[in-house]
Design a protein around this ligand. Sequence first.
Ligand code: SAH
Length: 370
Amino acid sequence: MTEQIKTEQPIVKTMLKGLTLNELKDFFTVVDEKRFRGDQVFEWMYEHLAQSFDEMSTLPNYLRKKLNLYCELNTLTYVSSEVSHKTGTKKYLFKTKDNYVIESVIIPEAKRTTLCISTQVGCPLDCQFCATGLMGYNRNLTSGEIFDQYLLASKDWNKTPITNIVYMGMGEPLLNYANTLKSLQIFATEKTKGISLRKITVSTAGIAPKIVELADSGIKVKIALSIHSLFDETRNKIMPINKKYSVNENIEAVRYYANQTGTRITFEYVMLKDINDRSDDLNALIKLCKSIPCKLNIIPFNSIAHMNPSGIARELEPSPRYKIEEFVTKLRENNIFTAVRYTQGDDIAAACGQLAIKSLTPNLSKGEGE
Ligand code: SAH
């Protein structure tokens, strides 16, 4: 009887992409194979970017057949891409198996090529200046889906090697902590591609307890805190998550992170006219940056007016250029390492905070066509 029930059930395939090296080895033990098969499949998946078990020529034939029958390898498929004529920035749309569309962006620069990846479908945070927030939130990406963005983009992008990864696409990585961490563990194990953890930045709107957890995880990536204001009253308005984790809690968390990991914190600061560009803001920013090993990224606000936001979001405007220059000059005079992140790829809506698929319903034709 039990046998009969078993044979009538459809096979639920195990997704191998997204498993860490140890998990893969454990998997092969469970299915009565040698643990070193885990090393081999790991290398095929993450180093040789294999997209089918049949390509894994070092595996015996019987094993490839077994894997085809019981396992899956690919999480995302390529939908389309667009290249910015201004900067060479390339935006990719990838589709999940349940037909959500997510975005990744490659930003080529003189000395490095950065890939910006997403961690969630949409975002639950509702930051008032961000296009992704306006889409609402659908679900976390799996570790395989996070890592596959790198594999698919690497496979397509054959100009220069990808040297840096930023977790700054759609979503809040630290609200998808387990899968984000797993994807980082895969990067940490990956042997030959040459992306070291020092070249990876996880950007967060400030989920203080998770910053602390990441500090204790042993995975030494760089962390960027989207701070945007040092005053709770202002930050509550533009980033509602601040009501849960205040400015101070987040600053203490990144201070701990810097101490534990020996890394420099990146603070991101989107300049919003009359909201966070007053002299009080500048002074508070200088004080913060002097108290912690850090660098500062000043980001001119990329308008999201075309998305017809409501509430405060409607009123947001970029700070005038002279204000940005004044901030940068004063910060540098105070020996604070400051970069201005001018827009890359606004002509293809690939600029900071502009990632947003028009429709999030699980129906590709809607996501794809608009
Ligand atoms: N949730 C994470 C990562 C995604 S957002 C975070 O908040 O850090 C990546 C960066 O883009 C953040 O610093 C965010 O504040 C910034 N950003 C969002 N919308 C923007 C906009 N319209 N113009 C400029 N930067 C924006």
